[in-house]
Design a protein around this ligand. Structure first.
Ligand code: HEM
Length: 149
């Protein structure tokens, strides 16, 4: 991914602002469901645990932006999970709009277009990696083991 050092800093700074507000992630889902009501049925009724998981994973990603190769396996695994749920490219695009809107709101006057652009690049990269994650093919031996169990 082509994020330069100053873009990484913009992402880190804006994500810190998000983390300061305990309601940010709920606000994000509020935006997502407004922009993409067709995604509501994918999620459990109580979205709070999912909000925590998303925040936790985004913290992990944001702290690895200059060494994304090290977390490639985790991103692929997350992608496979979402691909099984049949999350589509259009959903990722709408998630991007909802997340950038949330960041913009949280940052208020501190928000700059360059922050939104850095997030666009990051989320496009994540979406492409997650959508492109190939299913793990069981080895012949693992298949035999599963048939025997
Ligand atoms: C940058 C992109 C995304 C990230 C980082 C992300 C992150 C996560 C994480 C960490 C989980 C929890 C996985 C687990 O329980 O093991 C999750 C679950 C889920 N995500 Fe995403 N996600 C992304 C995109 C999307 C999109 C675009 C949608 C659809 C609108 C979506 C829908 C879901 C659903 C339905 C679940 C399962 C909720 C449940 O039943 O508990 N995600 N996501």
């Amino acid at each position: 991914m082509v994020l330069n050092e100053s873009q990484i800093q913009l992402i880190e700074f804006s994500w810190e602002v998000i983390n300061e507000n305990p309601l940010s992630m709920l606000k994000f889902y509020d935006h997502l469901f407004e922009i993409a009501p067709e995604t509501i049925h994918f999620f459990p009724d109580d979205i709070r645990m999912q909000s925590d998981k998303l925040a936790h994973t985004m913290n992990f990603i944001v702290t690895h932006l200059n060494k994304l190769d090290n977390i490639e396996c985790s991103i692929n695994e997350l992608g496979r999970f979402h691909n099984k749920l049949e999350i589509e490219p259009s959903h990722y695009s709408k998630l991007k709009v909802a997340l950038i809107r949330t960041i913009k709101e949280n940052m208020g006057e501190k928000y700059e277009e360059s922050i939104g652009q850095a997030w666009e690049t990051t989320l496009d990269y994540l979406s492409a990696r997650m959508l492109g994650a190939k299913p793990v093919r069981k080895s012949k031996w693992a298949k035999i083991r599963s048939w025997l169990s």
